[in-house]
Design a binder for this molecule. Structure first.
Ligand code: NAP
Length: 320
């Protein structure tokens, strides 16, 4: 079968599209025939050698995919051959035509959700859910600011926050991104590429500030966030690509809190509970992952460059 093999840390060309040995499941393992693969920024960090990730070369990158169960191990009870599923983590990597998963990494894909949308659920939606409901413990009367809402995680946060009846403020950095976050249902939208937009956010909160800020680029925004945080507000750092200077007095002013999260730190039980919640929204139409650009799997280097250099519009997908 075809797969992307990474031969060393470096630029996108370290990823090669190759024929590798077929996989077969044992025990609690499941073999998925992949129809679509989700590309996350973290995979570019891993490929570049900028993320703590232990592996041996060559290896196949990727966590998120959707497809059909092709073979099951003797102990598998969760799914059967032919079921539509999505993955949240795999044993052998998702940038491939097929992937081996453990039972706990596989979730049912409702009929109304396409394979492309299924590939956009794993990391983005569990991160969004964990940030809002586990870390921020947001309540229905609060304003949530999604600081960087046009990408995979941000659109997920808008949808989940809307479904919970929250007052959702959101930012994007392009005209298309602004249109997208409006159609996703953000109540107030702002352009984070415009100077002084944070003053407009504060004004729109009636000068009280946002109760919860889900932050996608903390190295740029954390100091600004502290100035537009409500009393007892919580900033959840989801994305960060460098260092930042803040004045802790700005945090003391609000009795506020800054929490950092890495979705890989969540427990299996937390993940299973989150996916169970997501299933209801996916099946009923309350959750609709947004697909942006699609690339053929062999164009993976282009996809990695694209996700790190182009203004976001939903989820980037690879198609095997
Ligand atoms: P993505 O689809 O590439 O989206 C990136 C988002 O960041 C876009 O909305 C983009 O907006 C926004 N952004 C760019 N410049 C910004 C700025 N100056 N201020 C605010 N937002 C800005 O990536 P993603 O999958 O949504 O992930 C978002 C971030 O979270 C990434 O850094 C990723 O590594 C991280 N992440 C962390 C976890 C975790 O476990 N902690 C999990 C998933 C993702 P425009 O393009 O419209 O400017």
């Amino acid at each position: 079968m075809k797969a992307i093999q990474v031969y060393g840390y470096g630029d996108p060309e370290v990823m090669k599209y190759e024929e590798i040995q077929d996989l077969h499941p044992k025990g609690h393992q499941i073999l998925v025939e992949i129809k679509a693969i989700g590309v996350n920024p973290v995979e570019t960090y891993i490929r570049a050698g900028m993320y703590p990730f232990q592996t041996q070369f060559p290896f196949t990158l990727g966590f998120d995919a959707a497809g059909v169960v092709k073979e099951v191990g003797t102990e598998v009870t969760k799914v059967k051959i032919g079921d539509r599923v999505y993955t949240d983590g795999t044993l052998t990597g998702s940038y491939a035509a097929e992937t081996l998963c453990d039972e706990h990494q596989i979730f049912p894909l409702p009929q109304r959700i396409s394979f492309e949308q299924g590939a956009a659920i794993g990391i983005p939606f569990t991160t969004a859910y964990y940030a809002l409901f586990y870390k921020a413990q947001v309540t229905a009367d609060e304003i949530v600011l999604v600081h960087g809402a046009s990408g995979g995680v941000g659109t997920a946060v808008i949808q989940l926050a809307n479904n919970a009846g929250l007052n959702v403020f959101a930012t994007a950095g392009s005209k298309e991104g602004i249109k997208l976050i409006q159609t996703q249902g953000a109540h107030e939208v702002f352009d984070h590429s415009q100077k002084g937009y944070e003053d407009a956010i504060l004004k729109a909160t009636g000068d009280r500030g946002a109760n919860v800020i889900i932050e996608m680029l903390a190295n740029i925004n954390l100091a600004k966030d502290l100035k537009i945080l409500a009393k007892k507000g919580r900033i959840i750092v989801v994305g960060c690509r460098g260092e930042v200077t803040i004045n802790p007095r700005d945090l003391m002013r609000t009795n506020g809190a800054i929490h950092g999260i890495v979705i890989f730190n969540t427990t299996r039980e937390e993940k299973e509970a989150i996916h169970a919640k997501l299933y209801g929204g996916l099946a009923s139409g309350m959750i609709n992952p947004v697909i942006g650009k699609e690339f053929a799997l062999e164009k993976v280097a282009e996809a990695h460059r694209y996700i790190m250099s182009t203004k976001a519009y939903g989820k980037i997908i690879l198609v095997p």
